[in-house]
Design a binder for this molecule. Structure first.
Ligand code: FES
Ligand code: FE2
Length: 457
């Protein structure tokens, strides 16, 4: 007798499902993901100055930090205005210097009182006879690991590479803009540095993640998908422009990355495409610094003033919104309903598997900068040092992160997209032409030329 059982069936034919064939996780991209001592990318990153802490977070007590996979201790000494950065573990018997004492000449270990100078010299070993052979030999032959420190505008920078190769501390054009207030901030991310860095070379995510997906996190105008163009200015400077139509205005916004991890963009809140704006500068001046392979921190200044963002955002919530579109501390439900950069990049997992990606033409910015990092890592492996940020004729490092909004009435039909693309290219070509001028002359001539481009229509 034939069975009369009715079996439930999937509503879609099982043959079209590919979960099983893709269930093996792709490998992580170790060459650019691993940052610890002795890794190839870790060596590369150790050729540059990086911000590692905010001055305002460093009080009288030592602070344990982790940078590039190294456990370190930051401390004040002398009259408390001087700052040292040393390896965390005491070379005597490995007590943590986080529990050390800040003194006039350095930091003293809590366990047996050894005193270390900021450059790691062992100054005192009080439990030993000071003149004994062992103590003399130790002081002459051993040091605590230490790194040089520069405190600048509220951020503490260090260089963790070979001491004979320490580069000049780079000064960028946006470090001194008349009328601009720079407020230091930090934003931690629970993931690898590359996935945080990717977003700066990805102008498309601004239109989706920050705009169409839930609600406009910056301005309504950013919902619009811009005409994109990517530029490679020199060996380590990458730019992505997006030119949008907002009513009768053309809005040219530029994001940039200077390798390995310096980023700028346009403003977060000032420019929304509705009002004319000429060479407004970046909302932030920012570095994405690896803590270890699975954590990173963006250290930055948020920039406020006529050419930056409005002063009303000069507070902790404002910094976080400038950084990633929403404040950082939110409920799980809010994070799901209104995801921002943290959710997008941390949601990929601690280290995203690049082999599981399908990069498209709109990802060109991401593709080219990752390739360049890879190339510089491999060249360093053969003995060629990576280029430092380029300073032309000893001037500040030229950057382009900006917003420009020009009154350029809309063309009919598809011609308008082409028109926007041409305007974007014209603006950028003109800005590149002026990079040899000193800061004030450059700003004045770029702004005058932008008004000419606008007048020509
Ligand atoms: S462990 Fe630091 S002085 Fe002994
Ligand atoms: Fe973003």
């Amino acid at each position: 007798m034939a069975s009369s059982i009715t079996r439930p069936q999937p509503s879609i034919s099982p043959s079209s499902f590919s979960g099983y064939s893709q269930s093996k996780p792709a490998e992580i991209d170790r060459e650019i993901a691993e940052v610890g001592p002795g890794t190839v990318c870790g060596e590369y990153l150790r050729r540059f100055w990086h911000p590692v802490f905010m001055t305002s977070d460093l009080d009288d007590m030592p602070k344990a930090i982790k940078i590039l996979g190294e456990e370190l201790v930051l401390f004040r000494y002398g009259d408390k205005t001087k700052i040292g950065l040393v390896h965390k573990y005491c070379p005597h018997r490995r007590a943590s210097l986080e529990y050390g004492k800040c003194e006039a000449n350095g930091i003293r270990c809590c366990y047996h009182g050894w005193l270390f100078a900021p450059d790691g010299e062992i100054l005192e070993t009080p439990g030993e006879d000071n003149d004994a052979k062992a103590a003399n030999h130790l002081r002459a032959s051993k040091r605590l690991g230490a790194y040089p420190v520069i405190e600048y505008k509220g951020l503490i920078f260090t260089y963790m590479g070979p001491p004979e190769l320490v580069p000049e501390f780079p000064i960028y054009d946006t470090f001194e803009i008349e009328g601009m207030k720079m407020s230091p901030y930090k934003a931690p991310y629970k993931c690898n540095w590359i996935q945080v860095l990717d977003a700066i070379m990805d102008p498309v995510h601004t239109s989706f993640l920050h705009s169409q997906n839930s609600h406009p996190q910056f301005s309504d105008g950013m919902c619009e998908l811009g005409e994109l163009k990517f530029y490679e200015r020199n060996e380590n400077h990458f730019l992505g422009s997006s030119t949008r139509r907002v009513n009768d205005n053309a809005w040219v916004r530029l994001n940039e990355l200077i390798l390995p991890n310096f980023t700028q963009a346009g403003s977060a809140y000032t420019a929304d495409g509705t009002k004319q704006h000429y060479f407004g500068r970046s909302a932030f001046t920012r570095w994405v610094v690896p803590v270890d392979d699975e954590n990173s921190i963006a250290f930055a200044w948020a920039n406020f003033g006529e050419r930056g963002d409005p002063h009303e955002y000069d507070n902790q919530d404002g910094y976080e919104m400038i950084e990633q579109g929403e404040v950082l501390e939110r409920s799980d439900l809010e994070r799901q309903k209104f995801p921002a950069d943290s959710e997008a990049v941390e949601g990929m997992g601690a280290i995203s598997t690049h082999k599981g990606e399908n990069l498209m033409p709109s990802d060109r910015g991401v593709t080219i900068y990752r390739q360049r990092i890879r190339r510089q890592i491999r060249e360093l492996g053969k003995g060629q040092e990576p280029p430092q940020p380029l300073s032309i004729d000893g001037m500040t490092v030229r950057t382009y992160g900006q917003d420009t909004v020009l009154h350029m009435p809309k063309k009919e039909g598809p011609a308008d997209r082409k028109f926007l693309a041409v305007i974007g290219e014209k603006v950028m070509a003109m800005e590149f032409e002026h990079e040899g001028k000193d800061d004030a002359a450059r700003d004045a001539s770029i702004i005058a030329e932008l008004k000419n481009i606008e007048a020509e229509g």
